[in-house]
Design a protein around this ligand. Structure first.
Ligand SMILES: [Zn+2]
Length: 440
């Protein structure tokens, strides 16, 4: 998690000194002498194709530590995919990870020397990394993979990019869940946006971003791009992760981000990204603000793309449809601030399913008032919401909710509608509401 070492690492033992003496942060060092030194010192060494994991943690059945090198290899293949690198070209890449309970055991074996800073979570240099052991297996795995991404990107991609990208991509590529295969073996599955809290115990990034939003402290993307992350605050990591997740996931911006990522990951990375032909800085900033405001587990990028077009003035009664399986939808009509507007909604939609203990499933149906059985962000799921985008700092302001009523436009601008639902819960919704808008 902490800053990557830029200086070469110098091991204590003679063989390692020869290897590391001239090493730079981006070099892949031969780790064999260090693995031998670890064994000689009585440390446990767990090996896979891409990782030698050294630990002083006692062998405990069921703690998942023995699975870590295999899971690292599975993640490594996904990291290659992310950068469009043929895995065969990195067949011989090997990292050395130290899972540390007592740093003294690693110091005396020559695996931690004076160039390794004191770390609370972890740090990396070239293809070596260190992490403090964690009581929570999911968080231990996450940290191992986070530092592993640093080791991968600094060596394979010679990454020396601004901090938001360096830390953001490490968080992004480390985020995963374990899914048992047919034989019951837990396999690495990358989850760009975690589907549920239980998959990412102790991460707390989505909660941190929500708390910041509730306190009016959401960072605009331009600030995330320039803010230092090195203060180890959860909020800074969360904002960096969210920026990378947003740029990788949003259908309109992902092609630019991917193209930039295939180029040099140097100190000018942000500049290269934001000066690409077709990069619409105003739209990116607005889409990012909307993403942060709506962010939740299982966030569905495809169903939440927002059409920001200004639309036509609302001068007479109009019928619009509101899809139950999409986020904010542009009505195609612009309201002028001030005069009242009436609205009335009809129709029934499906907003999910209820699994009973006996295995039976009930489809949850809703009208425009929503269902009181399930709530989201303080309102019944399925309830019609009418809103306007105020500005990037304020976001959407809900003007009216429910099956019918009146509202006054807050700004001259397009009217947006959706049904109240978590962005992770849209995929199983069906149907649409018909809404009449009547200016007065
Ligand atoms: Zn880091």
């Amino acid at each position: 998690m902490q800053s990557t070492l830029t200086a070469g690492f110098r091991g204590f033992i003679a063989a390692a000194v020869a290897t590391w003496g001239a090493a730079r942060a981006g070099d892949v060092a031969d780790i064999r002498p260090l693995v031998a030194a670890a064994r000689q010192a009585g440390l446990r060494v767990l090996e896979s194709r891409h990782l030698a994991l050294v630990t002083d943690r006692p062998d405990r059945a069921g703690d998942g530590v023995a699975d870590l090198p295999r899971i690292f290899d599975e993640a490594f293949a996904r990291w290659c995919d992310h950068y469009g690198i043929a895995a065969a070209a990195q067949r011989d890449w090997r990292g050395l990870g130290c899972l540390v309970v007592n740093p003294e055991a690693f110091r005396s074996a020559g695996l931690i020397d004076a160039t390794v800073p004191a770390f609370r979570n972890g740090c990396s240099a070239g293809n070596r990394f260190w992490l403090a052991d964690q009581p929570n297996p999911a968080y231990r795995r996450h940290l191992l993979l986070h530092e592993g991404v640093h080791a991968f990107t600094t060596t394979v991609r010679r990454l020396a990019a601004p901090e938001w990208y360096t830390e953001g991509i490490a968080e992004y590529l480390a985020t995963h869940r374990l899914a048992a295969d047919a034989a019951g073996v837990p396999r690495f599955e990358q989850t760009p946006i975690p589907a549920r809290t239980s998959d990412v115990e102790q991460l707390g990034r989505i909660e941190s971003l929500r708390a910041a939003a509730a306190a009016g402290r959401t960072e605009p993307l331009s600030r995330v791009f320039t803010a230092p992350v090195g203060n180890h605050e959860l909020a800074a990591y969360a904002a960096s992760w969210a920026a990378v997740a947003f740029l990788s996931g949003h259908p309109a911006h992902a092609p630019h981000f991917t193209a930039a990522e295939r180029g040099p990951l140097d100190e000018r990375f942000t500049e290269r990204l934001t000066s690409r032909p077709g990069w619409d800085a105003a739209r990116v900033a607005r889409d990012h603000a909307a993403f942060i405001a709506e962010l939740d587990y299982g966030y569905d990028f495809e169903r939440t793309v927002i059409d920001w077009s200004p639309g036509k003035p609302l001068t007479a009664a109009r019928q619009i449809a509101v899809a139950a399986d999409r986020g904010w939808q542009n009505t195609g009509f612009t309201a002028t601030a001030g005069p009242h507007c009436r609205f009335a909604a009809t129709g029934r939609i499906e907003v999910g399913r209820l699994e009973a203990a006996d295995g039976t499933t009930t489809v949850l149906e809703s009208e425009a008032d929503g269902i009181t059985l399930r709530w989201y962000r303080g309102r019944p799921v399925g309830r019609l919401l009418v809103a306007q985008w105020i500005d990037d700092a304020t976001g959407f302001r809900v003007l009216a909710t429910g099956a019918e009523g009146e509202f006054t436009a807050a700004v001259p601008g397009p009217l947006f509608v959706k049904i109240n639902e978590s962005p992770g819960g849209l995929a199983d919704n069906r149907g649409r509401l018909e809404v009449e808008l009547q200016p007065r």
